[in-house]
Design a protein around this ligand. Sequence first.
Ligand code: ADP
Ligand code: MG
Length: 723
Amino acid sequence: ANKVRLQAITDVESYVPPAISFDPGEEPGEIFGQNVFSLNVMQKRLPKSVYKSVLGTIAKSTPLDPDVADAVASAMKDWALEKGATHYAHVFYPLTGLTAEKHDSFLDPVGDGTALASFSGKTLVQGEPDASSFPNGGLRNTFEARGYTGWDVMSPAYVLENPNGNTLCIPTVFISMTGEALDHKTPVLRSQQAMAAHAERVLKLFGHDDVERIVSYCGPEQEYFLVDSHFFLARPDLLNAGRTLFGAKPPKGQEFDDHYFGAIPERVLGFMMDTERELFKLGIPAKTRHNEVAPGQFEIAPMFERANEASDHQQLLMTTFRAVAKKHGMECLFHEKPFAGVNGSGKHVNFSVGNSELGSLLVPGDTPHDNAQFLVFCAAVIRAVHKYGGLLRVSVASASNDHRLGANEAPPAIISIFLGDQLADVFDQIAKGGATHSKERGTLMIGVDTLPNLTQDPGDRNRTSPFAFTGNRFEFRAPGSLQTVAAPMVVINTIMAEALDHCATTLEAAIAEGTDFNEAVQALLTTIISDHGAVIFNGNGYSDEWPIEAEQRGLKNLRTTVDALPELVSDEAIELFATYGVFNEREMQSRYEVGIEQYCLTVGVEANLTLEMGTTIVLPSALRYQTELAQNVAALTAAGVEADVATLRAVSAPIADLRAGLADLASAIHAMHDLSGLDEATYARDNVLPAMLAVREAADTLEGLVADDLWSLPTYQEMLYIL
Ligand code: ADP
Ligand code: MG
């Protein structure tokens, strides 16, 4: 191997992972939530009346009373100082999809040269970061560059440990001066409220008066890759774009070296134990999975929580993983497709609606009454996903997820629902029975029959469906590993709000007309299933026939981000989000523009990197080898020996392709910069990405030809198998 790579391999082999600071007697329960300003801590530290007021705020999701805020702030500060915090930070979630923080010191200088630890209620509930560097899609002019952050009381504050000093972190919304959302948290909270209001209307019809606030639950399963830092640092593409822009597939692809599976390298186990411990301290209930699909790929699934808390925890989980991986001499890759030809990474979003009193409303009960309620909620999901599949698609759209969706390893870009045979059969019966109002043999009539036993975790779980019923919840499998779960949760909540509103309104009207409740439910379900049943697909989503059939069913197939983004600004979407108070038209427009901006930025960075690496790394290696071969031919000819020109020719052809590809790419990049908006994004997709691919193909061919000692980029085999 080449010197750089050889050195990296040697370094990896001699690497000694850090010792994990486990106290042998430590019980997981002892550290769980130890760095969280939880309700428990508040109860101990706050006057009773203040604590009660906080609970009320959480239950009703209203803003914190200023007097209460002062008391909470003071208790929070004392607690944080005891935990060694020197600073506090409002943590927010801008539209880049990353996590941002505004840090401030607890210490305020007081005239006489000393400092006083101060932290008022106002500082707790409101921050004012100068936020002009965050994308806003035209929502903020530079003269009003300030953004405002405010604590989401439902998401607890926590202390983040750092060798340079601990920080009290406060999860916040991030809004413009005019109150418009600049972040991912604000719409989660708004949409959760909208969904809850209509879910509660439906529940009321089923006799549940005065229920505890309904919320949406989210349990994200996160896939990721680990790569040794030595290789990572020798790959400018991984370093700057998070994915490899070059690299020939390993000889046997992903199934090569089968014995690797099952055996997790010791240092990875150490990393997993360390991350779990850090997550536990932060009150994130996460359990590692060892069921990696690709070499170097792993998975972790935290327990489900309320959507707003779950998405904050998800962001914190990613930050923690990156930091702990570095500590263990590795890099954690969350990109959806870091390695071409190797399975990509997703983030399955398991969701349900309910509360602690009623549990998940997506659990089929044992009695007809419970069944009917379950079937209404289930039908609402069917209506929502059918009517607004395009919005679900756009909620997972990104340049990086485009490499994964529909690539025969992840669900296709067509949004359909998998119900499983049993539940699909139930809805089939409803479709027939409701029309005649007569109970045919074996036909399910609401209020009479109980559901057949639905298996909770059916063995034949359809992995190819983007939206699957899994016994007590739905699992949305299209989200990418890099993205926030907030965006899909906002869409799910909002489209559920619309569907539940429809159900409640229809049933309320029927009752007002004197229709029997069970008949009204039966009629509602029958209508929904006949209007929206086309979205149910229990077959193989990876098959070649499915896109054709889906088209006949009228389902959208928005293959790329560029196809999907305009969904955000369709009349239908603007009306939907406005009706349920989640986004106004300006906010929708801003999200659309940020989506395009992010897409162009990602492709632009990758294109420039491809050009640079192709020109300064790949081409020189290839030319050196070509020269060596040419010298060999010349020397042999001079010596009167028959020279082999075949190898020289074999190398020269892809070198010519590489040169031509680089020239094409340079002009494509140039042309892209002359465009803007959707035109630029479309051009990036149709011209720049293919030009990058042409460069890559020539380079990958050369990787298989050029002498190994002249090739300086770590290979797929090295990155994926040496840990
Ligand atoms: P599996 O391994 O079968 O996919 P798990 O039970 O391990 O399922 O759950 C996967 C994820 O789904 C976890 O994050 C889990 O907390 C979440 N989950 C389980 N039940 C629910 C529910 N009712 N609502 C939302 N998420 C749930
Ligand atoms: Mg799952």
